[in-house]
Design a protein around this ligand. Structure first.
Ligand code: SAM
Length: 204
């Protein structure tokens, strides 16, 4: 079974439960503030792997021209159906973005790259870098750990999702290889999960 195909099929099933469970974005506030401080007011921001678009909405209310993109239309629709969100969202694949080079001043990729097999992450970072203007800012978060593999349950359902876990040094090397210069790094525990957060600027 293809890792991403199965994971996206799981998101189709859990979209409503995910939207209800993850709507509190307050824990991300410090990351929003650091990201926003590196951007010009009104800048163009892509929320890559936006899911229901919570963060697209937060970015929009902060005055950015924000657009969310996700491979799962059920996840995109869950934001509207479950929570009444109305930020602009499009269905698409962050590995092959339907935007020209330099289209965005910022890319927000919260818990989005963590489902790609490790070998797919370098090309995906290259793609996020491609749509960033020179000096543009990337935020990303992934889970810390060893290896990659299937988690059998998601949001109370016996449906599998594939996760790739990262060591900080490997993540930083992948960012550097994509032409993204580190600006901020943290590791943050949330229960048993440790989130690696990164801000990086596109070279040039
Ligand atoms: C853990 S959710 C995070 C959603 C949202 N960013 C958040 O923080 O709530 C992961 C999301 O990534 C999306 N996703 C995974 N691979 C993707 C890809 N290649 N292109 C676009 N979206 C993808 C999934 O459909 C899912 O909505």
């Amino acid at each position: 079974v293809n890792e991403l195909t199965q994971t996206i099929a799981t998101y189709a099933q859990i979209a409503g439960a995910y939207a209800r469970a993850r709507q509190d974005r307050a824990p991300l506030k410090p990351h929003f503030e650091r990201f926003a401080a590196l951007l010009e007011p009104g800048g163009r921001v892509l929320d890559a792997g936006s899911g229901p678009g919570f963060d697209t909405a937060v970015l929009q209310s902060a005055g950015f021209r924000a657009l969310g993109l996700d491979l799962s239309w059920q996840m995109l629709r869950a934001g509207r159906d479950e929570l009444g969100l109305c930020a602009p969202l499009v269905q698409g694949d962050l590995r092959a973005l339907p935007f020209g080079a330099g289209s965005f001043d910022g890319v927000w990729a919260c818990a989005a790259l963590l489902h790609l097999p490790r070998t797919a992450v370098a090309p995906a970072l290259g793609e996020l870098r491609r749509v960033l203007a020179g000096g543009g800012v990337l935020y990303l978060s992934v889970q810390q750990g060893e290896g990659e593999g299937w988690q059998p349950r998601a949001y109370g359902q016996a449906r599998p999702r594939f996760f790739t876990y990262w060591q900080p040094a490997a993540l930083d090397a992948a960012l550097a290889a994509a032409g993204l210069r580190p600006n901020y790094a943290s590791a943050e525990a949330a229960g048993p999960t440790v989130w690696l957060n990164r801000l990086a600027r596109a070279a040039g």
